[in-house]
Design a protein around this ligand. Structure first.
Ligand code: TYD
Ligand code: MG
Length: 492
């Protein structure tokens, strides 16, 4: 199409710009291509967009339901500043690409927090210039861990702790309860991002703690603090500051039970490391798990206990997850699970009960619900255990979440034990994956799991046949299984 503007014939080009997750099209002519028009084509104007507060999808018009994530009434109006000019200018002082083999392998310098469990999750400490996001439900212990970390590192360098949630008195009271009142951590109660960045720029701390990212607001963004555009903008500016100044930023992010606030999901892409607090807030044990780590292993866990004086690392987590021994009862099996680099023993509990319902319940806490359905089908088809008229409840003791398929054998054994109302032998540990054909498949790091159980005094181990290296293990009876039918027959 052709049309006249300023008396010159120009071609209209459809410019598509990728604006995050959606494409917007404009019919702005690329006038400068013809070289006759000044570079500034039109003044900067802002436009409004409707942003879903759940998934950050953008719409030009308001709608009652987000078509992307299905959330109702989640769209809020946001003003987006239009870029001043779309011309391709020469960038002053731009850097040239570097060949991979010319990059010097400078060792990464890491700051050890002194909290050994936290350092383990981070992959041997905090790396300079990185941003670590610590997410978790309210009251689980994020501020406590951040304050402990800040106090530990304040002896090595300057630490700035920004709190947008608590007053300085509240933080002071918490610090004195934890015996950290004497540490020289600099505290600032502030919610304005610009003020935070200015303070950080003046002080140049080694560690900057942001408690929490949801309370910060960037003045140039119109939406309220805690909204997805505020969180994204604040996080991006903080990440830029961290990279430019080599500061480590420990950023706290909230996840509410209702998922109302923009959760740290949006932030996961922006930051270098994502850690999540897990565990039941009513129990005193807490797990910190690495979900993303650009400088260390993922799925590594740190185990803590919440005490009167803050969080303490747990030296023997396996003993913690096993409920107090006592008389063996039906429906309990001990699983050797691999969490990151560490084998752990956890108790799997199952309850099989007659169901008054046409569709019996399958309730699962700490495990994948779909997997339980699959195991019940395998038990029925290959081991003759029919539970179609029974409710089945499965629980992982201690508030732990297990994502490994190596839990299959232990879950199946606990279900069979509850169904038959027959306890499994005392001191028995199991692990292994169950396939749809009823076969028991090997899992990774089998011998490490066995060693952990042996160390804790377990005397019987049920494991996949292919995991057994025939290395003698004194005082431990090894039961190798290759099909689920044989395994169930042994305990019937
Ligand atoms: P907090 O760290 O404020 O949680 P979050 O920042 O994740 O919202 O506090 C977690 C809970 O831990 C709180 O209910 C009080 C409790 N607590 C202790 O039991 N001992 C302690 O030493 C501290 C500081 C807190
Ligand atoms: Mg807090």
């Amino acid at each position: 199409m052709k049309f006249a503007r300023h008396g010159i014939q120009v071609a209209t080009v459809v410019v598509s710009c990728l604006h995050d997750s959606h494409r917007c099209f404009t019919t702005e002519p690329l006038l400068h291509l013809h070289g006759a028009i000044p570079t500034k084509v039109r003044p900067s104007v802002s436009k409004t967009e409707f942003v879903c507060q759940h998934c950050d999808f953008r719409y030009p018009k308001w709608a009652g339901q987000c078509s992307e994530c299905g959330a109702w009434n989640s769209l809020t109006e946001t003003t987006v500043a239009r870029p001043k000019t779309r011309d391709l200018k020469r960038v002053e002082g731009k850097r040239a690409p570097v060949a991979l083999n010319e990059i010097s392998n400078r060792p990464i310098s890491r700051l050890l927090t002194g909290l050994s469990e936290f350092d383990r999750v981070l992959g041997s400490g905090l790396v300079e210039g990185t941003v670590v996001l610590l997410g978790g439900e309210p009251g689980i212990g994020k501020s406590t861990l951040a304050l402990q970390c800040a106090a530990m590192l304040s002896s090595e360098g300057l630490v700035l702790y920004i709190s947008g949630e608590e007053s300085l008195q509240q933080i002071g009271l918490r610090a004195s309860r934890m015996g950290l009142a004497e540490s020289p951590v600099r505290l600032l109660s502030e919610t304005n991002l610009e003020a935070v960045l200015q303070s950080a720029n003046d002080i140049r701390p080694t560690l900057l703690v942001i408690d929490s990212i949801q309370t910060l607001s960037a003045p140039e963004i119109e939406s309220a603090s805690g909204s997805i555009s505020q969180i994204r903008s604040c996080a991006e500016q903080l990440v830029r500051f961290a990279k430019e100044s080599d500061t480590v930023i420990l950023m706290i992010g909230h996840v509410t039970k209702e998922g109302v606030l923009a959760g740290p999901k949006v932030l996961e892409h922006i930051v270098d490391t994502v850690l999540y607090f897990e565990g039941d807030p009513d129990s005193r044990f807490r797990l910190v798990r690495a979900f993303k780590n650009r400088y260390g292993p993922v799925n590594e866990i740190g185990v803590f206990a919440m005490t009167q004086s803050g969080l303490r690392g747990v030296d023997n987590p396996s003993a913690m997850f096993l409920s107090s021994g006592g008389v063996p009862s039906s429906g309990r099996a001990v699983l050797a699970v691999q969490e990151g680099s560490r084998p752990l023993l956890v108790e799997i509990q199952a309850l099989v009960d007659e169901s008054p319902l046409a569709n019996p319940r399958r309730v699962c806490v700490g495990l994948d619900n779909g997997r339980i359905g699959m195991l019940l089908a395998v038990l029925h088809r290959h081991a003759g255990i029919s539970l179609s008229d029974r409710d089945v409840y499965v629980n992982v003791a201690g508030g732990m979440r297990i994502g490994e398929t190596a839990s299959d054998v232990a879950v199946a054994m606990a279900i069979v034990s509850s169904f038959l109302d027959r306890p499994l032998p005392a001191g028995m540990v199991c692990f292994g994956e169950i396939g749809l054909a009823g076969e028991i498949r090997p899992v990774q790091r089998g011998m490490e799991r066995l060693k952990e159980a042996h160390k804790l005094g377990f005397q019987v181990a049920v494991l996949p046949k292919d995991n057994w290296t025939r290395k003698p293990m004194p005082g431990m009876e090894i039961i190798c299984a290759s099909v689920v039918a044989d395994l169930v027959a042994q305990f019937k």
